[in-house]
Design a binder for this molecule. Structure first.
Ligand code: SF4
Length: 196
């Protein structure tokens, strides 16, 4: 015999498992069907940018542009949509080059002094306004890289995010290109730099 709350918990566990399997299948399909032109661009971006005579901000822009193309390919398979801001309620890492990019492309400037670090789980990013990103075209790498492949955004909510792990697709060469740009920078949370 089981109680109503045990039954509800079992239903939730089943839903989680099904959604994890859904996300895993989506990952496999998206990797298998990754367009050849994107494979070509992605596989060479780290080497191309090391050799390119471009400023760090231009290199970051090239990384963001390619991430935009990759995200356009993922778009039909992700529940990530304008107006969903669950992932804006977690820690948001930024490095020096990303801070400079935000300062160069938006009206926002860093604080004179870094704020102390905190637990940011469940706390909104300071750039989140009416459930939209106020610096969308200049948002950091971590905001562009994240996309859920679950059937809905249910598990992205901060209060459910510890329920279970979901598979993610990572672009190794884009990560490598980005790591090369931020190699000598500390990593802060966006709230430490721009205010909470
Ligand atoms: S920078 Fe924009 S996308 Fe990133 S967490 Fe903040 S509001 Fe969300």
């Amino acid at each position: 015999m089981s109680t109503i709350s045990q039954n509800n918990q079992r239903k939730k566990d089943m839903g989680l498992k099904e959604d994890q399997e859904f996300a895993l299948a989506a990952c496999k399909r998206l990797v298998d069907e990754f367009p050849a032109k994107l494979i070509k661009k992605e596989s060479s971006i780290a080497d191309r940018l090391v050799k390119a005579k471009l400023s760090p901000l231009k290199k970051l822009e090239a990384i963001y542009e390619l991430l935009g193309e990759v995200n356009a390919y993922f778009a039909p398979s992700t529940p990530c949509r304008k107006g969903c801001s669950s992932c804006c309620h977690f820690a948001v890492s930024v490095s020096e080059v990303e801070v400079q990019y935000i300062e160069a492309r938006t009206k926002y400037k860093r604080l004179n002094r870094l704020l102390p670090t905190e637990d940011y789980h469940g706390k909104a990013c300071p750039f989140l306004k009416n459930n939209s990103c106020g610096i969308y075209s200049a948002r950091p790498f971590v905001c562009r890289r994240h996309h859920s492949l679950a059937p809905t955004a249910e598990w992205c909510a901060p209060e459910r995010s510890f329920a279970g792990e979901f598979p993610q697709i990572k672009s190794s060469e884009l990560e490598k290109a980005f790591d090369a740009l931020r190699v000598s920078s500390p990593v802060w949370d966006i709230r430490q730099v721009f205010g909470a």
